[in-house]
Design a protein around this ligand. Structure first.
Ligand SMILES: CCCCC[C@H]1O[C@@H](O)C[C@@H]1SC[C@H](NC(=O)CC[C@H](N)C(=O)O)C(=O)NCC(=O)O
Length: 221
């Protein structure tokens, strides 16, 4: 079968969780990076963007947009979505939570520089008081290696991605979360994820001024 193809900017944004899920599932994918307004307008003209937005993923003969819809499709397709509906709804709850946390970080990159310190402090506080305590308790309560159903799932992949992103803002953020520290080590050593964490993979770096400039240019905002 043809490899899935991803259209997005050469950066993390909303596409990074999709890259993580595909990589963790051991699925090779192609990428087309949006650098010009013309590329974006061609996708619109060709009717690829349902709501005029990216991420866009071509897979199984479909042109998919809407990040959560794409992630759900991929999680189900690659058996990372639980063994039954009760597992699946828990995976969705946890994944929606980590996505909310990560979107705060994605959007902070577009805020005025003078707000940077304040935004980072807010995000790190949210991570330490709202999100990470929840996952520490889940791991403590069931004592299993994975978040849901004692099996590796999309929820585990996204929690690791979120942990690494918050650690980029505050290296000691896990100091009060010993089970999350062990979780990070355990999930990072899954072979497909270990490979994705190596230099040279399709994992993207934190946003820089060039990325912001390209996004603003392409989307004209
Ligand atoms: C203030 C935050 C701005 C972020 C701008 C973009 O850069 C990325 O880092 C995040 C977004 S992604 C680009 C943006 N896409 C979305 O907002 C998708 C939202 C959708 N619900 C999804 O989950 O896929 C875009 O295409 N906008 C064009 C426009 O709506 O006309």
């Amino acid at each position: 079968a043809a490899k899935p193809k991803l259209w997005y900017f050469r950066g993390r944004g909303r596409m990074e969780s999709i890259r993580w899920l595909l990589a963790a599932a051991g699925v090779e994918f192609e990428e087309e990076f949006l650098e010009t307004r013309e590329q974006y307008e061609k996708l619109q003209k060709d009717g690829c963007l349902l709501f005029g937005q990216v991420p866009l993923v071509e897979i199984d003969g479909m042109m998919l947009t809407q990040t959560r819809a794409i992630l759900s499709y991929l999680a189900a397709k690659y058996n990372l979505y639980g063994k039954d509906l009760k597992d699946t709804v828990r995976i969705n709850m946890y994944a929606d939570g980590t996505l909310d946390l990560m979107m705060m970080i994605v959007q902070a990159a577009f805020k005025p520089p003078e707000e940077k310190e304040e935004n980072i402090a807010f995000i790190v506080t949210k991570a330490k008081t709202r999100y990470f305590p929840v996952f520490e308790k889940i791991l403590k309560d069931h004592g299993e290696d994975f978040l849901v159903g004692n099996a590796f799932s999309w929820a585990d992949i996204q929690l690791l991605e979120a942990i690494l992103m918050v650690e980029e803002l505050s290296a000691s953020v896990l100091s009060d979360f010993p089970l999350l520290k062990a979780f990070k080590t355990r999930i990072s050593s899954i072979p497909t994820i270990e490979k994705f964490l190596q230099p040279g993979s399709q994992r993207k770096p934190p946003p820089d001024s060039h990325y912001i400039q390209v996004v603003r240019h392409v989307l004209q905002f």
